[in-house]
Design a protein around this ligand. Sequence first.
Ligand code: DX5
Ligand code: ZN
Length: 215
Amino acid sequence: MVKLSPSIFGADFGRLNEQIKAVEDCNVEMLHIDVMDGNYVPNIAFGPDQIAMLRPHTDLFFDVHMMVTEPDRYIERIVKAGAQMITVHAEATTHLHRSLMLIKSFGVKCGVVLNPATPPDVLKYVLDDIDMVLVMTVNPGGGGGAFNPTMIEKVREIKEMIGDRDIDIQVDGGVNADNVKSLVDAGANVIVAGSFAFTGDVAKNLDDLRKAADA
Ligand code: DX5
Ligand code: ZN
């Protein structure tokens, strides 16, 4: 059984509350929240204050994806805003292990994000410290990008590295009902979808995505 984590970045912000209710009604397991600093990625989105504003409106698990240079500067504020899982990009922090320990010190789950060109080797010595690996299936920084099929093999490689450890593999970027199965077959079990989830009928889209993933 996969877990779905719709990416709020893909929502219609003029109807944010309604869109959050729509994903809640689909019994999704998480809400994916992208934090972008305009430095690590060429775009700006959601900071701790906006996450804190969302928190009273939903009980969904907040899966926060930090696309931020030196994320340690914001981790405590993001935890206090209501994050339950925080993922950081391997190359965005000078000391990856230290960042992961900082996240865990607040009692929230932690994960490492790999860009399409980032090899999985960087995970080798932190595998016993993490709850999730996020494999980017597009270059980070925007929604609606084209899925990179080369990442299917990368997911497979990471699944093998993980062995019997209890670590989720999340995929993010260009994921839809047509390509999700190939990712799940390779080992992904947490599915992020932005534009696919929020374009048109949210309930139908998420139903299609879950059916395709669990087929
Ligand atoms: C991209 C973000 C994604 C984004 C995905 O940098 O990390 O979470 O919202 O959007 P889609 O699914 O449209 O590629
Ligand atoms: Zn994301």
